[in-house]
Design a binder for this molecule. Structure first.
Ligand SMILES: [Zn+2]
Length: 340
C-alpha cells in the first residue's frame, strides 16, 4: 500500500470571500462567506455566455450584496442553478436566483423535498418526539433548551425554496457550456447528494462528498432515529472511488481544489472504520452517546457544536448496532450502548 497520503493543491490563488477567479476554461471559482468557524463556501460557475452556477451560498444580507455586485461587475448571465445538496450554505440563495434572475433550478428529488419539509419547521413548534429523542440520547437539560430555542433556524437562512424544480438523478448527463457532466450520487451527508464529473474525467465538482481536510458531517436526526447514514456514507465513498480518476481535479465546497481523490476517499473510509473500532473497544462497558465524544472527535465539543457531535456519535452507534456488534438498552430513560 502506498504510504504517500499527501494531496496536491495545484492552484495557488484563493478567491477572497465575495470574489471569483477563473481556474480553467469555462470554470470559475467563487467564494462566499459563512458565519461559522467554517468561514467560506466554494461555488462554481461553469459554461460560456450562459452560465450554470453549482451551489449558491447561504441566504444572508452580505451574500446577497456580494452576488449582486459580482453579477454586475462581471456581467454574469447565470441562467441555471444546480444544487449539490439541501444544506443552507449550498441551497440558501437558490430561490433568490430563480426570483431575481429567472434561473432554472436543478436538484435531487429527495434533497429538494427534505429541504422543503425542514425549512417549514417553525420556531416554538418542536415535536415532542424530537425532545424525547434527544433526552434518550443523553442530552443535558441546558443543551435541550438551546435546541428548542434554535428550532426553525434552518429555514431562516434559506431564501424560500422554489415551488417547482428540475429533478436530477444519478448518472444523468448534462451539457453545460461546451463540456458534458455526469451526475454521481452519494448518500450519508444528505440522502441524495449530487456531484458533477466532467466526461473528459478532468474535473469533479464534489460538493461536500469529498473535502480535502475535513470529514463531512454524517449524523442521525430525530425524524429517523434508526437511520444508518454512516454505512451509506462509507459505501458512497467506495463507489465514488471506483467511478472517478485518481488524477481528477476535485473542486470541493470547502477548502482548496486538489488532486488525489482516491487517497482522500481511502482516508475518509479509514477514519470512520478506525473510529468504529475504537468505539467498539470503549463499549466494553456501557456508555451513553455523549461519553463517546472523546473517541470520535479530536476537537473541543462545546454548546455550539454539541448537536452535530451528538448526531454524528449516534450515526456511529447505529452503524455498529446494525452490524450486530453492539446493543443498546434504555436505562433510566437514556440509551446505554455496549459491545455484544
Ligand atoms: Zn453539507
Amino acid at each position: 500500500m502506498s504510504t504517500d497520503t499527501r494531496l496536491i493543491f495545484p492552484i495557488d490563488e484563493i478567491p477572497k470571500n465575495g470574489t471569483s477567479i477563473r481556474i480553467a476554461d469555462e470554470i470559475t471559482w467563487v467564494r462566499m462567506p459563512l458565519p461559522m468557524s467554517l468561514n467560506h463556501i466554494n461555488l462554481w460557475l461553469i459554461g460560456n455566455e450562459d452560465k450554470t452556477l453549482v451551489d449558491t451560498g447561504m441566504h444572508l444580507p452580505e451574500v446577497v450584496d456580494n452576488w449582486s455586485s459580482l453579477i454586475q461587475k462581471d456581467n454574469l448571465n447565470i441562467n441555471r442553478v444546480f444544487i449539490t445538496h439541501m444544506h443552507p450554505d449550498h441551497v440558501g440563495m437558490g430561490g433568490w436566483f430563480v426570483d431575481n434572475h429567472n434561473c432554472d433550478f436543478m436538484m435531487s428529488r429527495t434533497d429538494y423535498l427534505q429541504c422543503r419539509v425542514l425549512s417549514s419547521d417553525k420556531s416554538g413548534n418542536v415535536p415532542q418526539v424530537a425532545i424525547d429523542f434527544y433526552k434518550r440520547a443523553g442530552m443535558a437539560e441546558e443543551m435541550l433548551e438551546r435546541y428548542v430555542s434554535r428550532f426553525g433556524f434552518f429555514g431562516s437562512i434559506i431564501y424560500p425554496l422554489p415551488s417547482s424544480y428540475i429533478r436530477v438523478k444519478n448518472n444523468d448527463v448534462f451539457q453545460f457550456g461546451s463540456r458534458e457532466w455526469r451526475v454521481l450520487e452519494g448518500s450519508g451527508h444528505t440522502m441524495e447528494h449530487l456531484c458533477l464529473y466532467s466526461l473528459d474525467e478532468k474535473y469533479l465538482i464534489s460538493g461536500d462528498q469529498i473535502l480535502p481536510t475535513i470529514s463531512s458531517h454524517v449524523g442521525v436526526f430525530p425524524t429517523e432515529p434508526e437511520a444508518n447514514p454512516l454505512e451509506d456514507w462509507i459505501n458512497s465513498c467506495k463507489r465514488l472511488k471506483s467511478q472517478v480518476a485518481e488524477d481528477v481535479l476535485v473542486l470541493p465546497a470547502h477548502g482548496r481544489p486538489f488532486i488525489g481523490a482516491h487517497k482522500r476517499l481511502d482516508a475518509l473510509i479509514n477514519l470512520h472504520e478506525t473510529n468504529l473500532e475504537s468505539l467498539c473497544n470503549l463499549l466494553k462497558t456501557p456508555k451513553q452517546a455523549p461519553d463517546t465524544f472523546s473517541v470520535l472527535f479530536n476537537r473541543d465539543i462545546n454548546e455550539s457544536n454539541f448537536l452535530m457531535a451528538l448526531g454524528e456519535s449516534i450515526a456511529h452507534l447505529n452503524c455498529l448496532e446494525q452490524r450486530g456488534v453492539i446493543q443498546k438498552e434504555l436505562i433510566n430513560g437514556i440509551y446505554h450502548y455496549e459491545a455484544r
